[in-house]
Write a protein that binds this ligand. Structure first.
Ligand SMILES: [Zn+2]
Length: 489
């Protein structure tokens, strides 16, 4: 009952806030807390900031930009609960056979995500912070006070865990787990008849396929894509299949980072974060967002550099929002390929979106692919095209990639083509994976790990090596344990 009244109270507050915000936008002002004020507000409670003097707080240099790895390393001194990483591991049973997905310490919620080098990343959020985050989401999910009962079908565990405590007579969040579009799931979806659907692009795609085939009927009025990059082509395709414009929620362990407006533009959530830009290139377009959370005080995110690469939108959005507009979330840093420059001894980054455009322009038959850089000069591609077209399509894609690499001035890598198996299609669409680091010590690495899921299968009968290509070859019957020999010239 308490959560019900809180729910109604907060929803009304949201409406008032929205009204005020619209007025503020009209007169061109936006209220923002400064970085120094955030630092002052956490100084007393978080050990790592306790010894900072006021004059140091005023100087930004006192808080260097933190990478996720640095943030993780400083876990013990970077939270307000005095919780050590070792203790958090124990609470979450991370060393046991059945680790928990979440746990509690002094009423704060702990959960884990994958970190680097096998070390799990542990996140902490107080109850108050969870409530605030839940309502910032409700604000987007329920733009109007609900007239009837709203049912939210959610396939993202971290979001359902946040929203389900507020289930009441107006809104109900149903947590779904994704295990493919099986019969029991379809029955459950049909029975619950959701008003709102929240899922990753891969899950939406699989559900859309069921809808097209007539195996699933959904009368959802709002659909939100989240947790993975949703490309424009994919957004259009999904919107057509569902008959509903797909909206974007930019959601991560770091919080509710942004969402698309009524004009379809993604805006960063500057009500919850201060955002600085760490630009990648001289053109000041692609950047890593360096965020400072205005709401998380239990495990503060102060000048925290996200792994995502965003492309800034130059034109103001017609919706009138002052919040930073994003052209596109390009992908993660780990999705960027690095190839050796033809002329200088340097690495040249090749961005995921560039690869996607070039590959999909190679042939309209490609609905999905996976591309992996497996070494400085080897790239493998899995394409989901009919076997009869595989030779022709891979040749066209290879030519398109060769042109791209030529334009970028990089040494042409060896390309290996595979057919994408049916079983793999549900989970991915346009996926880039870099399995190498662009470090000088790369050559010292003796082992390149290959995801067992993508161990090679039978090559198609039509797969033949094309003599016209200098660097391309169609995969012959082989296993990844065998040496992949290239034609090289
Ligand atoms: Zn907008």
């Amino acid at each position: 009952m308490k959560t019900f009244f809180l729910f109604i109270y907060r929803l009304i507050q949201i409406k008032i806030k929205r009204h005020k915000k619209t007025n503020a936008q009209r007169i061109g002002s936006i209220q923002r807390m400064s970085l120094e004020k955030v630092a002052e507000s956490i100084k007393q409670s978080v050990p790592v900031y306790q010894n900072l003097k006021t004059e140091e707080v005023a100087a930004k240099a006192a808080f260097p930009v933190q990478t996720p790895d640095a943030f993780e390393r400083n876990f013990d001194t970077s939270n307000a609960l005095g919780l050590t990483y070792a203790h958090a591991r124990k609470i979450l049973a991370l060393d046991g056979e059945q680790p928990h997905t979440h746990g509690y310490f002094r009423q704060a919620r702990l959960w884990v995500s994958d970190g680097t080098a096998g070390r799990k990343r542990v996140w902490i959020q107080s109850e108050e912070e969870q409530v605030a985050e839940a309502f910032s989401l409700f604000e987007v999910l329920l733009p109007m006070l609900p007239k009837g009962r709203v049912r939210i079908a959610c396939f993202v565990p971290s979001i359902s865990e946040l929203l389900t405590p507020f289930n009441n007579r107006y809104v109900e969040t149903l947590a779904f787990t994704w295990g493919g579009p099986n019969e029991s799931l379809k029955l459950l979806l049909r029975a619950s008849n959701p008003t709102i659907l929240i899922a990753s692009p891969a899950v939406l795609r699989a559900l859309a396929t069921e809808v097209i085939q007539g195996r699933l009927i959904l009368s959802t009025s709002r659909i939100f894509s989240t947790t993975e990059v949703l490309t424009e082509e994919e957004r259009e395709w999904l919107s057509r299949q569902f008959g509903v414009v797909i909206q974007n929620i930019y959601w991560a362990n770091e919080g509710f980072l942004g969402h698309s407006c009524s004009f379809g533009t993604l805006h960063l959530n500057e009500d919850l974060f201060l955002v600085e830009h760490d630009y990648l290139e001289a053109d000041h377009k692609r950047f890593f967002p360096v965020i400072t959370s205005l709401s998380r005080k239990t495990q503060p995110l102060l000048r925290y550099k996200l792994d995502d690469i965003l492309i800034e939108r130059r034109m103001a959005c017609a919706c009138g929002s002052r919040h930073l507009a994003i052209e596109q979330v390009e992908g993660r840093w780990s999705d960027v390929f690095y190839l050796r420059s033809e002329v200088v001894d340097d690495w040249v980054p090749v961005f995921p979106d560039t690869l996607r455009k070039v590959i999909t322009s190679g042939s309209t038959a490609i609905q999905q692919y996976q591309i992996r850089q497996i070494s400085p000069n080897e790239i493998e591609l899995h394409l989901n095209v009919p076997q009869g077209m595989f030779g022709q399509v891979s040749w066209a894609v290879g030519e398109a990639l060769k042109r791209l690499f030529g334009q970028l001035g990089v040494r042409l890598p060896l390309l290996y083509f595979h057919i994408l198996e049916k079983a793999e299609e549900q989970e991915l669409r346009f996926r880039n994976v870099r399995q190498m680091t662009p470090m000088a010590d790369f050559e010292a690495r003796t082992e390149i790990s290959i995801d067992p899921l993508f161990a090679p299968d039978k090559p198609p009968a039509e797969a033949v090596q094309n003599p016209a290509m200098r660097v391309l070859r169609i995969l012959r019957p082989a296993t990844h344990n065998e040496e992949l020999t290239g034609t090289g010239g």
